[in-house]
Write a protein that binds this ligand. Structure first.
Ligand code: ZN
Length: 331
C-alpha cells in the first residue's frame, strides 16, 4: 500500500459518526459520585453533602466534571457491548497495523465541559474519528496521530462535554532498517509531537518545592515535607499546607518502613527503559504519606496489599537515585 493510498483509506473514516450514540448504564447518581470522590480523595462537599450543595451556586449536588467518562464506561463484563466508537477505531488501527505502524502510545486527552452534571441527568455519548494526521516523524518513530472525539449529551440532545483522545500509531524503530529514532527531541512540544525520547528513566521536574526530596535521596534519606505550622505531612510536596495554608515547611526523614497500599503490574506497552512486567506500587509509609514506587525482590504474583516493605534507596542510573521498596524480612 502506498502512503497515498493509506492516507486515502484512512481519511474515509474521518468525520463519520461511529454508530449510534451509546447511553450510560445509569443516570448520574449520588452513590457513584460518592464512591468516585472516595477513590480519588476529593473532599469538595458540593459533590457529596446535599445541604452544603443546596446553598452553593449549583443549588444542589453536582458530579465532579472529571468524572465524565465514568458515566459511559461499558463495565468490565458488558453483555456484548463495547466502548463507543470502538468499531471504527479498530478499523483504523488495523489499517495502520497493516501499513507497518504497529506500535501505539496515547499522547493526550482533553476534556471540555459545557455544564455540570446533576443527579438524574441521563448521559449518552457519540464518537467519531475527528482527524488522522499525515505521516509525521517523531522521536518514537514515524507515525500517524489519530484523534477520536466523543460528544456527551443529555436526554434533550444538549451537549454536556466533549473529549478528544489522541494516540500516535507508529512504526517501531527496529522495523525501520538503519533508521534510529532521532536523538534530539522535536523542536516544540506541541500536541502534534511525540514525547521526548526516553533513553533513561524520565526525570521528574525539580522545583523549589521538590528539590529537597531529590537532594535527600542523594545522601540516602527519604524526606517527607512537613508543615512548620501544624505539622501535617504531605507528599507529593507542594508550596502550601492544604490544611492550615501555611507556606513554611521543613522535612521529616522517613524511617523506611511501610506497606503496599495498592499496586499494578504493567505488561504493555513495553516502553524502554522499563522492563516488563513492571511492578508499580503505591507505598504507604509508616509516617502516613504515600508514594508511587517500584517493588523489587518479589515475584509480581506474590505481592499482596498490606504486605510490609522496606525502603531501599537505589542508584538506578549513574545520576539518579530512587526510593524503591522490597518486602520486609520477617524477623
Ligand atoms: Zn499546616
Amino acid at each position: 500500500m502506498t502512503p497515498e493510498e493509506l492516507q486515502r483509506r484512512l481519511q474515509a473514516f474521518v468525520g463519520r459518526e461511529a454508530g449510534p450514540p451509546q447511553a450510560a448504564r445509569d443516570p448520574v447518581n449520588a452513590p457513584m459520585i460518592r464512591h468516585w470522590c472516595d477513590a480519588v480523595d476529593d473532599r469538595n462537599p458540593v459533590y457529596t453533602d446535599p445541604e452544603f450543595a443546596e446553598k452553593s451556586l449549583h443549588q444542589g449536588l453536582v458530579a465532579p466534571p472529571t468524572m465524565l467518562q465514568a458515566w459511559v464506561m461499558p463495565g468490565l463484563r458488558p453483555p456484548g457491548a463495547e466502548a463507543p466508537g470502538a468499531g471504527a477505531m479498530r478499523s483504523v488501527l488495523a489499517l495502520l497495523d497493516e501499513a507497518g505502524f504497529t506500535s501505539v502510545v496515547a499522547t493526550n486527552c482533553r476534556q471540555e465541559y459545557v455544564r455540570y452534571l446533576h443527579p438524574g441527568d441521563e448521559v449518552s455519548v457519540a464518537s467519531e474519528i475527528e482527524s488522522i494526521s499525515e505521516e509525521k516523524r517523531t522521536a518514537l518513530g514515524a507515525g500517524h496521530f489519530v484523534t477520536q472525539r466523543m460528544t456527551f449529551r443529555d436526554r434533550d440532545g444538549e451537549t454536556l462535554a466533549t473529549m478528544r483522545f489522541r494516540i500516535l500509531k507508529f512504526r517501531p524503530p527496529d522495523r525501520e532498517a538503519g533508521d534510529e529514532p532521532s536523538a534530539t527531541p522535536p523542536p516544540e512540544a506541541s500536541s502534534d509531537t511525540a514525547p521526548a525520547p526516553r533513553r533513561g528513566r524520565p526525570r521528574a521536574a525539580r522545583t523549589r518545592d521538590s528539590a529537597f526530596f531529590w537532594e535527600g535521596l542523594e545522601r540516602g534519606a527519604l524526606l517527607i515535607q512537613r508543615c512548620a505550622s501544624c505539622g501535617r505531612l504531605q507528599h507529593p510536596p507542594g508550596p502550601m499546607c492544604p490544611v492550615c495554608h501555611a507556606l513554611e515547611w521543613d522535612t521529616l526523614e522517613a524511617c523506611g518502613r511501610g506497606h503496599v497500599y495498592s499496586y499494578v503490574v504493567a505488561h504493555h506497552p513495553p516502553i524502554p527503559p522499563f522492563a516488563v512486567p513492571n511492578l508499580i506500587a503505591l507505598i504507604e509509609l509508616e509516617e502516613g504519606t504515600r508514594l508511587v514506587s517500584n517493588l523489587v525482590g518479589v515475584d509480581p504474583a506474590e505481592v499482596e496489599i498490606g504486605m510490609p516493605v522496606q525502603l531501599e534507596i537505589t542508584q538506578v542510573e549513574p545520576d539518579l537515585k530512587l526510593p524503591l521498596f522490597r518486602p520486609a524480612r520477617s524477623s
